[in-house]
Design a protein around this ligand. Structure first.
Ligand code: SF4
Length: 541
């Protein structure tokens, strides 16, 4: 089979905030040094931003480091924060904390409410203006290695294979993109990054990554609410989660009488019957949400995993011929519920490292190890270090976690030690009673198929299944008895269906690329690999 080969100096896999910030800063540094190098950014989405979803209240620190005049250049801010509060929810009650009572991580004055979809489109435009090539619709499927074993680029996914894997009439082999430096900025649980971390032993000696699953909806509010919510940033804790479960909700007021709603739950709850989608739907039936939403309209739906483990869960982010940036590595601060600014700062540290490496003509492991020092000089390092024991503290119970986090906050992160963490999937318990699903009234609470419809997800049906279950017999022979096949519950798009007597069916065309299954499966036998195209369309998300 003849494959096209493209040679570039620097290849970035993933056009999110980390990859694009890296490309912009590196392009500028090379221009300043009078060096001509080619930078190519690939993204699996068919249009830039289609797979980008976040809350999102953004700390502007990252983008202002990249563009001090970001606002003047038209950076897409949806609203500035004018009111923030935390609601402690009981089933039919609430307690509002604001002002001096609001815990510092929930104070958001000075931050910007944004749509990540719009942010990455804007960043991609800035990158292209600097001569960076940005190619959407090209998913990295394999890591290429040089003769010495170093990372040497990626192979993009083949197009036009049938369900059986055989080439169809429209078959086109993927392209080999070879580069001196390959930057993995694929976002949360990147499929190539996962392999790279395993192959290179990059997570040795680190805490396991801890994950959350975030479900987001965009709503049009009823006329009567016009002008009331814009710039409001509310978070909720408590109901419908049990005390042992980590997570909470967000309510962000957007222009044009729209609302960003979301609910994130840590994957370490231990319940194999936990359904992230159903939990979010139940949350919307609380009087606080009901009062806002009745008479409104669901516009969009999406889901995404969130790397919450923090500093001690970061893998080694460099090696021979590669860097790992942004969510792909885990640059996220769970305490502040923010990561876009850290993704950008990791991109800036990566660009500083890459520029020095390219100037020296050496992108080997020792040279790229300078990334650690470059990131330590960014404010994101101090921020992540202060909260280094935050998330895993909650694995010992919510109360203990909250007390420790509060004490650490008071002491400016000076409590010593490194709390260990247990992998999310290792915490499943057996024999728990099934969780009842909420009533889906299709006004406030929607079933999974209706929700997925609002993500505009499509995939070519006649292609190899991109959800690879490596040992299907195990599903039937052990998982049913031991855990009740959690995939049918945890997938927020209803992709996995378990039929007694028939086994597992996988509706891969509904997959919203959240990566939950790749992480949450108790036996770790599901591999999410890139499909030949398609996925969700997260316009405005
Ligand atoms: Fe998410 Fe996996 Fe379901 Fe796709 S199949 S929506 S990645 S849980």
């Amino acid at each position: 089979m003849e494959r096209e080969t493209l040679e570039v100096d620097v290849l970035v896999v993933g056009a999110g905030p980390a990859g694009l910030a890296f490309a912009i800063d590196l392009a500028r540094r090379l221009q300043d040094a009078g060096e001509e190098k080619s930078i190519l950014v690939l993204d699996k989405a068919e249009e830039i931003g289609h797979h980008s979803l976040s809350g999102a209240v953004m700390d502007p620190r990252g983008v202002l480091a990249l563009f001090p005049d970001a606002r003047e250049r038209g950076f897409p801010v949806q609203a500035e924060v004018r009111e923030d509060a935390l609601f402690l929810l009981r089933e039919n009650g609430r307690r509002r904390l604001a002002g001096a009572l609001l815990p510092p991580p929930f104070r958001n004055h000075g931050n910007w409410i944004v749509s990540l979809n719009e942010v990455v489109k804007w960043l991609a435009g800035q990158a292209e203006a600097l001569g960076v090539e940005v190619y959407p619709g090209f998913a990295g499927a394999e890591i290429l290695r040089g003769e010495d074993g170093r990372v040497a680029g990626v192979r993009t996914v083949d197009q036009g294979r049938g369900r059986d894997g055989e080439p169809k009439a429209n078959f086109q082999p993927g392209m080999d993109v070879r580069a001196d430096l390959t930057v993995f900025a694929e976002g949360t649980r990147g499929s190539l990054t996962k392999r790279l971390i395993a192959e290179e032993g990059l997570a040795e000696g680190r805490n396991p990554q801890l994950w959350g699953v975030g479900i987001k909806e965009l709503w049009q509010l009823p006329e009567a609410a016009a002008g009331r919510m814009e710039g409001v940033v509310w978070h909720t804790a408590g109901w419908p989660l049990a005390r042992s479960e980590y997570g909470g909700g967000w309510i962000y007021g957007l222009p044009d009488n729209r609302l960003s709603l979301g609910f994130v739950v840590g994957m370490d709850h231990g319940d194999p019957g936990f359904d992230y989608h159903a939990t979010m739907q139940r949350w919307k039936t609380h009087p606080l949400l009901r009062e806002l939403l009745v008479g409104g309209k669901l516009l969009r739906y999406g889901a995404k995993t969130v790397p919450e483990g923090g500093w001690f869960s970061l893998p080694r982010c460099h090696g021979a011929g590669f860097l790992i940036l942004g969510d792909a590595a885990g640059f996220m601060n769970a305490q502040r519920l923010k990561g876009i600014h850290l993704a950008i700062e990791s991109g800036l540290a990566g660009a500083e490292t890459a520029a020095a490496a390219l100037a020296a003509g050496d992108t080997g492991a020792d040279r790229l190890a300078g990334f650690d020092e470059a990131f330590r000089r960014r404010p994101g390092h101090a921020e992540l270090w202060r909260s280094r024991n935050f998330r895993q503290g909650f694995q010992r119970g919510f109360l203990r976690g909250a007390v420790r986090a509060g004490l650490d906050q008071l002491l400016g992160g000076r409590l010593p030690g490194r709390l260990p963490a247990e992998s999310d999937h290792a915490r499943y318990r057996r024999g728990l009673p099934p969780r009842p699903k909420p009533a889906f009234d299709n006004e406030l609470a929607f079933d999974k198929l209706t929700s997925v419809f609002h993500s505009d997800t499509t995939h070519e049906e006649d292609q190899p299944c991109h959800l690879v279950v490596r040992d299907p017999d195990l599903c039937r022979e052990r998982c049913t008895a031991e855990y009740g096949n959690p995939c049918q519950h945890f997938c927020p798009a209803g992709v996995y269906e378990w039929h007694d007597g028939e086994g597992l069916s996988i509706n891969a065309s509904n997959c919203v690329h959240c990566k939950t299954c790749d992480i949450a499966d108790p036996y770790q036998i599901i591999d999410w690999v890139v499909p030949e195209g398609g996925g969700p369309v997260y316009t405005g998300m």
